[in-house]
Write a protein that binds this ligand. Structure first.
Ligand code: NAD
Ligand code: MG
Length: 376
């Protein structure tokens, strides 16, 4: 059988580079046919030299004019819809990944989805594109990969509850006063995962866990009152599923994104792999759990409430968060200003229904403008 063709959108990022490492170990099964990145032409060029894809796209080309690369934001959609692509790994960060997710699903592709923001803001529209185009969404997010593996082929009617684990981030043991003074460097100092800057800040505010609750709601069709979050500082148990008879299954392992990436490519099958570190229960112990402190991490409750509200609210939550994180990373606002911005944007903008994907895009833009205005 010919190797399956893979497009990697966001190949220069944390998930993108991990995906290339996984594929390099499985050259018989997978072949990189398309790569895209935002900038960083040097790294993209190295990746193109070593994988020889048929298509390379860069959103903002730098000086490397010699290369016959596609340019501009449309390159994501071109890469995602090529006939020789079987699986699209969407490893773009933020709302910028939405259109490519929709296009890939409409073209009947499997989307290995790291870009959770697509599903959070596009929700029903992403599911509809999937249904109508005959595509398939397989999550890369470790929690959702765990849940999918635990559910296996069991029907929805047998699932009673999902329990997402959260590391708690770098401020898990900080009091509110200290969190209020947190610097960019403090927020980027994640205890268990090395990731891109935006998701690392989201892990410090716990906005990431709110995005993941909404993601789980859409992926597994479970109502919000049956999705719980528990803090598990070791990040060994990647999530739990409770079934109607009270049985609870979990998926575990030392933290690495390479396994959920590989599984998203091979699901529902598995292939032999050589992980960096085999699981060792004694070395992993003790495993501890604690409730989330919603007072110190208001972004979590704000995001879950936005999910429950529906309409444009999840897009407002996500857009406000992206804009606020961008300002925080630039040193323009403080850490507690991030949830403040989200709360303000939701209060001003979240009441509208989402009748089309244009409504969602408009809400995203309005939320960003609201946050910029708030701190001007
Ligand atoms: P990153 O910042 O390391 O990489 C982002 C990639 O997207 C880069 O290749 C960049 O060139 C590209 N990109 C950025 N803006 C773009 C734009 N406007 N248009 C097109 N391409 C653009 O981010 P990451 O940590 O790899 O995260 C990627 C996605 O995966 C996020 O949605 C994140 O939430 C999710 N995720 C990441 C991890 C992780 O361990 N890093 C785990 C779970 C989920
Ligand atoms: Mg996750």
């Amino acid at each position: 059988m010919r190797p399956r063709g893979i497009a990697i959108l966001g190949s220069t990022g944390s998930i993108g580079t991990a995906t290339l490492r996984v594929i390099a170990r499985h050259a018989d099964e997978f072949r990189v046919v398309a790569l895209t990145a935002f900038g960083n032409a040097t790294l993209l060029g190295e990746q193109a030299d070593s994988t020889d894809p048929r298509y390379v796209g860069i959103v903002t080309p730098g000086g490397d004019a010699d290369r016959a690369w596609a340019t501009g934001a449309e390159c994501l959609i071109e890469a995602a819809t090529r006939p020789d692509v079987d699986v699209v790994v969407n490893a773009v960060v933020g709302a910028a990944g939405l259109q490519a997710t929709l296009a890939a699903l409409r073209a009947g592709k499997r989307v290995a989805l790291a870009n959770k923001e697509s599903l959070v803001i596009g929700g029903e529209f992403v599911l509809r594109a999937c249904h109508e185009g005959g595509g398939e969404i397989v999550p890369v997010d470790s929690e959702h990969s765990a849940i999918m593996q635990c559910i296996g082929a069991r029907p929805e009617s047998e699932i009673s509850r999902l329990i997402l684990t959260a590391s708690g981030g770098p401020f898990r043991e900080w009091d509110a006063e200290r969190i209020a003074q947190a610097t960019v460097q403090d927020a980027l100092n994640h205890p268990t995962w090395t990731m891109g800057r935006k998701i690392t800040v989201d892990s410090a505010t716990l906005a990431n866990k709110a995005l993941e609750v909404i993601e789980a709601h859409y992926l597994f069709d479970v109502p919000y009152d049956r999705i719980d979050v528990v803090v598990h500082p070791q990040s060994i148990i990647h999530s739990f599923v409770e079934f109607v008879d009270g049985s609870v299954l979990a998926q575990l392992g030392f933290p690495t994104m390479e396994l959920p990436i590989l599984y998203a490519l091979t699901h529902p099958g598995r292939v032999a792999d050589a992980p960096a570190r085999r699981f060792d229960p004694a070395a992993a112990s003790p495993l501890t759990f604690e409730p989330v402190d919603v007072e110190r991490f208001p972004s979590l409750a704000l995001g879950i409430q936005a999910g429950r509200s529906g309409g444009v609210a999840p897009a407002v939550f996500n857009g406000a968060n992206e804009q606020a994180v961008c300002l925080f990373l630039a040193g323009a606002i403080g850490f507690p200003d991030v949830p403040r911005a989200i709360e303000s944007a939701l209060a001003a903008l979240s009441g509208l229904p989402a009748e089309s994907i244009d409504d969602v895009a408009a809400a995203d833009g309005a939320a960003r403008a609201h946050v910029v205005e708030l701190f001007r």
